[in-house]
Design a protein around this ligand. Structure first.
Ligand code: PSU
Ligand code: MN
Length: 301
């Protein structure tokens, strides 16, 4: 094990016993939601994972170092620490020098989780290619191309250019699996009009796809895409005009780089009068549940 990774006690024990574990990201905590919603959501995801018999493993940067398995008290500290950095892959070596706390993005979390030996990771929506800015491609995509891990999400965030995001995943050989759906989910909405590569409804099938990739020597992740639960979805015809407005406002305000995604997501919550926040919470807890089912399936095969 790499000595630059530190493990939380509960995670270390669960992994030593080869019990099912599910990684969680922490950019959601530091940059995805306001306090205290960020803490409540992380706890609800952890609860959903435990209900399936798996151990939740929140991953983040603690005093400059990657920590695999933040304790509940550490999650609570990150949730109220407005100075915590948004840490993507390029930042992992840099934050060590500063020695501060940080929330890890999908890219950084997937990378660290895989290094730690974790096979399943639950998040909300991955990053991708930004609308109107095809040069702004999230580091989430190249990391999915080079990191063997199962990422359970509700598709890519629909504030992005979804057709371009799917094309990029195809270019880099990342299989996109629909959980009980043929359609690529659009984060806040269940439908996008875009197809997934295969539809699966048994967690054992995902384990088999993962094991086959490894047997073939492939390095890609598997993107398991789960539609937001019906009761909490914001349908595309409601959400699309709001996205167009939030994206245009960010453009006019000159927001770019690492600030763009958090800024648009926060604006969406206001424009939708909280509906997108409820959808985001609901899909996160649902994704945690599906991820835990997959982690448990590994131990049963
Ligand atoms: N999913 C959410 N909310 C978020 C994110 C994902 O529901 O805030 C974060 C993830 O950490 C993801 C990041 O990796 O947004 C993408 O940011 P960027 O486009 O700057 O790569
Ligand atoms: Mn970006």
């Amino acid at each position: 094990m790499n000595e630059t990774l530190r493990f939380g006690r509960e995670c270390g024990e669960a992994m030593a016993r080869e019990e099912p574990v599910v990684a969680l990201e922490s950019a959601l905590i530091t940059h995805g939601f306001a306090h205290p919603a960020n803490l409540q959501i992380t706890r609800a995801m952890a609860q959903a994972i435990r209900a399936q018999g798996a151990t939740p493993v929140p991953i983040g940067i603690w005093e400059g170092l990657p920590l695999i398995g933040l304790s509940d008290a550490q999650v609570a500290d990150l949730a109220s620490d407005r100075t915590a950095a948004k840490v993507s892959v390029r930042d992992l070596p840099l934050i060590r020098v500063r020695g501060t706390h940080g929330g890890t993005t999908v890219a950084a979390t997937a990378y660290l989780a895989q290094r730690a030996g974790i096979r399943v990771f639950a998040t909300g929506g991955i990053g991708g290619v930004h609308r109107g800015h095809p040069e702004d491609v999230s580091a989430d995509l190249p990391i999915l191309a080079t990191t063997p891990i199962i990422v359970v999400c509700a598709g890519a965030k629909s504030i992005l250019d979804l057709p371009r995001t799917l094309e990029t995943l195809e270019t880099w050989g990342v299989p996109v699996v629909g959980w009980q759906t043929d359609e690529f989910p659009a984060f806040y909405s269940r439908r996008s009009g875009l197809r997934v590569d295969v539809s699966v409804d048994d967690p054992c099938d995902i384990v088999e796809i993962f094991n086959t990739q490894r047997a073939l020597g492939l390095s890609q992740a598997i993107l398991v895409t789960v539609p937001v639960p019906l009761a909490d979805e914001v349908p595309a015809d409601v959400v699309e005009p709001l996205i167009a407005r939030a994206v245009a406002e960010a453009e006019a305000d000159g927001v770019a780089g690492r600030d763009l995604t958090p800024s648009i997501l926060a604006r969406m919550v206001t424009l939708s009068e909280d509906r997108t926040r409820r959808a985001n919470e609901s899909l996160l807890v649902n994704n945690a549940d599906v991820a835990a089912q997959i982690a448990v399936a590994f131990t049963q095969i």
